[in-house]
Design a protein around this ligand. Structure first.
Ligand code: GLV
Ligand code: GLV
Length: 320
């Protein structure tokens, strides 16, 4: 008998077909709505594997209520939506989709950095609103990128890919990480820095750490006070790492110049969130890895991890 799997969102046809060749597939066939938690719990009772997205909260209750489950394949590099400890206790493999999204996410991070510093969204809105009456000396003047200092918090694969882009802009690069990366310091000419020093020195601060209890609100009131008034904060990792209330205050009180966020404490962001009233905040709907190529590769990798897991083989990307 084929193993049974649940796929929690519509994926490209070819990917579903590939999984169906090996497994009996149950699909939550919606593009715009996540599967409700009760329905997820009900469907997981009977499956050997689940392919899920970061929108699914795979908590202990769900894991403990899924007696046949062997593998949880997350279509994302981050996996803070899964209770890893609960899965480990039950011998359930958890997998993610690293590597394939590294360059695409670094591209978007850089796009957000550029959009924020050069006020692209604001400028485009200004033009479309009919406010462009003439050329004037300080019209929509922003911050320079070239020759500035970039501070990267969390120097993993994506952090490194961002550093490579920054070299092309002649940026001076500092990083903070749990462990030093001496080889990379040499090859990319980047300097290790303690977190507080990085916050004080950087013109651009890019948050690139995983979201864990240790990194929750890593950037909060105290950290904003250390930053330059001209500093720009970019977050394309996970919302909870930056304290949104403290960010709002820092932007309103001009403690920093601007911020670019691709991720939020609550997603989708509530449209009443005060952050969205600020012109010096560029907000994107969690599209870091969203190129057509990369999203296909992620779906494909998630499928391969799922199939390996339900067949009792070791998947390529096991996180625990
Ligand atoms: C997206 O945020 C991911 O973790 O892949
Ligand atoms: C601006 O367009 C310039 O020519 O300086």
């Amino acid at each position: 008998m084929k193993p049974k799997v649940l796929i929690t969102r519509k994926l490209p046809e070819g990917i579903i077909k590939k999984i169906s060749e090996v497994c009996t597939v149950e699909l939550w066939d919606e593009e715009e709505t996540p599967i409700p938690q009760e329905e997820l719990a009900e469907k997981m009772i009977n499956v050997d594997g689940v392919l899920c997205l970061l929108t699914e909260n795979i908590d202990k209750k769900l894991i403990d209520g899924s007696p046949k489950l062997k593998v949880i394949s997350n279509m994302a590099v981050g996996y803070n939506n899964i209770d890893i400890e609960a899965a480990k206790k039950k011998g359930i493999i958890v997998t993610n989709t690293p590597d394939v999204l590294t360059e695409t996410t670094a591209d978007l991070t850089f796009a957000l950095l550029m959009a924020t510093s050069r006020r692209l969204i604001e400028a485009s809105t200004y033009l479309r609103n009919g406010d462009w009456k003439t050329w004037s000396p300080l019209q929509l003047a922003g911050q320079d990128i070239y020759n500035s200092t970039l501070g990267i918090i969390g120097m993993g694969r994506i952090g490194e890919a961002i550093a490579k882009r920054a070299l092309g802009f002649n940026m001076n690069i500092v990083y903070y990480n749990r462990s030093r990366k001496l080889d990379m310091e040499q090859s990319l000419n980047v300097q290790y820095s303690e977190l507080d020093d990085l916050l004080k020195e950087s013109d651009f601060i890019v948050v690139m750490t995983p979201y864990t209890p240790q990194t929750t609100n890593l950037i909060s009131e105290r950290e904003f006070k250390l930053m330059k008034k001209s500093a720009i904060l970019i977050n394309t990792s996970r919302g909870g790492i930056v304290d949104e209330k403290a960010l709002y205050d820092a932007l309103v009180n001009k403690e920093i110049y601007a911020a670019g966020l691709d991720v939020f404490e609550t997603e989708p962001i509530n449209l009443n969130n005060r952050l969205l009233t600020l012109p010096n905040l560029v907000a994107l709907p969690h599209i870091g890895s969203s190129s057509i190529n990369t999203r296909y590769k992620m779906a494909n990798l998630a499928a391969e991890n799922l199939i390996a897991g339900v067949l009792g083989n070791r998947p390529k990307h096991v996180v625990s």
